[in-house]
Design a binder for this molecule. Structure first.
Ligand SMILES: [Zn+2]
Length: 606
């Protein structure tokens, strides 16, 4: 019998993504030189043949096949005849039948821990009626055990602006007010505290009122109907809300892991091989747990809050290291620190030089990283500078959220100052979202070498209210991907999955590619695209989704393109995305996803 220590030594590198014990590179493509076609002649584990292989490597953009050995690409094959030496008795040969193989998609921006909750737990974002509420709650009751609380939901996010609308709708004519009667028969054993998207209203069912000892009591904040009965509607922040919230049972670790696993499955099905996540300490622990059980099916670049630089430093961490081994790791590791300069468009919180068109006097607001006052209206940029410097001294770059034109400009000012103070360039620093940019600020991204981390799907969704909120002129600089590229900026694509409380953002690459290339809603409107001069091409979009995101995580030497020696993160899609009519991008399907040489998803033929 194999001693257990030896067994562990054999298994550990697999668990940790092979990055600790394996050499970093089998055959590193040196700058300017064409990489070798085949790194050695031993048989491969998997060979993909007979496909349109789009390598994202400008020296050899197209090939016909790829051989994978262990976690790495062993060979890039330029003809449909695979060298016999690559195929052994145990080699799996996948006939692509002309389908497209490309580097796996790297999602530059997700909120992983929230995504699973919206899959497994209640999702009411598109619900604004009793029927939809009952249907969704019935689904969730089946998925969670008796006694478990059901919380969240975010009802009404699309009540005023129908999902898929391109223009703002009529002003809200009074909103839908749910009643506990609708869900009580479904939830005798599950207390519920559901929320509206803007957190102004909550719905408590009878089990929840009972748990809070409020079934018979008329606490301030409870809505009482004409018959004197509490409807279950609770005003956000009211004494009634606080009483119920105080007795909500937190989700069990097992339930949170179940949500995580559901989110991982969705990522694998979508061809995502790595996420740049916004990660808190509890989620970092869950990633470790998932990796230990062999369930972590994509790479994770964890971005802790900007305020945690000193804490992470004191605990012995720096950027790029695994949360347990503290060694350089390319599978699960701490990434950049995530900061925030301003609010978001969905709540009129993004910071602008001029007020919102539909809210005179409102210029947006700062965030706790950039302000000290309760209303977040007085800036304190020294605070953010100090946090970024602390992070930098501990080896972390910063990625900072900036949405309004003033938020973006202030962030670029801050980076300009930091470049001088730190005495080095800002490679890997990012402006996250970079959603609305003044013309004079466009060129500053390239000058500072900071990455514009953008969220293309926001175009398809946000266009329903963008012009209403900031007017036509400022919209010319909104999601200005063409202008950014023309000014020499590097684009990084991220989904922002699962979205904000006011909008649901899809993660499947078809949505991001469609939005960047067509700039229409999912229904294809407006004809020709919203501010069509900002469209970018499919190759430009794919670059922002693969090699650029590998670069943004300091890994472009080992990932992000297809070349012998690089790590085998690959995706097969059912059509050549460069040959189809771009308007058909939404029809694309992911057929297979490989991460670190392991096939983590394969679509079953219907
Ligand atoms: Zn986000």
């Amino acid at each position: 019998m194999m001693p257990s220590k030896l067994l562990l030594a054999a298994v550990l590198p697999l668990v940790l993504g092979l990055s600790i014990t394996s050499p970093l590179f089998d055959a590193a493509p040196a700058g300017g030189q064409t990489p070798p076609l085949v790194s050695s002649q031993a048989p491969a584990d998997v060979v993909f043949r007979n496909g349109d292989v789009y390598t994202m490597d400008s020296r050899r953009p197209w090939a016909r096949g790829v051989a994978v050995r262990g976690s790495r690409i062993a060979a890039v094959v330029e003809s449909d005849a695979v060298p016999a030496s690559l195929v052994g008795p145990k080699t799996r040969v996948v006939d692509l039948g002309g389908r497209m193989l490309l580097p796996g998609f790297i999602d530059g921006h997700v909120h992983f821990n929230q995504a699973g909750a919206l899959i497994v737990d209640v999702n009411l974002m598109t619900v604004a009626g009793d029927e939809g509420l009952a249907k969704e709650v019935a689904r969730v009751v089946k998925a969670v055990g008796p006694g478990e609380w059901i919380t969240g939901g975010l009802w009404g996010a699309y009540e005023q602006w129908a999902l898929g609308a391109e223009k703002g709708g009529a002003a809200r004519q009074g909103r839908w007010l749910p009643d506990r009667r609708t869900i009580d028969p479904l939830t005798p054993d599950n207390p519920c505290l559901l929320s509206s998207f803007d957190s102004t209203l909550f719905l408590a069912n009878t089990a929840a009122l009972r748990a809070a000892g409020m079934e018979q009591e008329k606490v301030e904040g409870l809505t009482i109907d004409a018959t004197g009965r509490a409807t279950g509607l609770v005003a956000g922040g009211s004494p009634a809300h606080q009483r119920v919230r105080a007795v909500v049972k937190p989700k069990s670790p097992e339930r949170l892991l179940r949500e995580n696993r559901a989110a991982l499955t969705r990522l694998a099905e979508s061809g995502i091989v790595e996420i740049h996540d916004i990660t808190d300490a509890a989620q970092a622990d869950r990633f470790v747990r998932l990796q230990q059980e062999g369930a972590l099916s994509c790479r994770v670049w964890m971005r802790p809050d900007l305020s945690r630089g000193a804490e992470l430093r004191d605990a012995g961490f720096t950027m790029g290291v695994h949360p347990v081994t503290r060694q350089r790791d390319r599978y699960l590791r701490y990434g950049a620190l995530k900061g925030y300069i301003d609010g978001i468009m969905g709540t009129h919180g993004a910071l602008f030089f001029a007020p919102y068109a539909d809210q005179p006097g409102n210029y947006g607001h700062y965030r706790p990283h950039t302000s000290d006052d309760a209303k977040l209206l007085v800036p304190n940029m020294e605070k953010m500078c100090a946090l970024i410097k602390t992070g930098s001294a501990a080896g972390f770059v910063s990625n900072v959220h900036a949405i309004g034109d003033k938020g973006t400009a202030l962030m670029l000012d801050t980076y300009e100052r930091l470049m001088k103070d730190l005495g080095r360039d800002l490679e890997g620093f990012r402006v996250i979202h970079a959603q609305v940019i003044r013309p004079q600020d466009l060129g500053r991204f390239k000058a500072l070498r900071v990455i514009a981390e953008v969220n293309p799907y926001h175009v398809s969704d946000d266009m329903r209210w963008m012009e209403e909120r900031i007017g036509h002129e400022r919209c010319k600089g909104a999601y200005a991907f063409r202008s950014l590229l023309d000014s020499g900026a590097m684009l990084s694509f991220g989904s922002d999955w699962p979205g904000t409380s006011a909008a649901e953002y899809h993660m499947h690459p078809k949505y991001l590619l469609h939005a960047a290339v067509n700039r229409t809603t999912l229904k294809g409107t407006p004809e020709g695209g919203w501010f069509p001069e900002q469209k970018i091409s499919v190759p430009e979009a794919l670059k922002a989704y693969t090699i650029n995101n590998a670069f943004a995580a300091f890994d472009d030497d080992t990932r992000g393109s297809i070349a012998a020696g690089k790590l085998a993160d690959l995706v097969v899609v059912d059509r050549n995305l460069l040959k189809i009519d771009p308007r058909d991008l939404l029809q694309m399907n992911v057929d297979l996803t490989m991460v670190n040489g392991r096939i983590v998803f394969e679509r079953q033929p219907k």
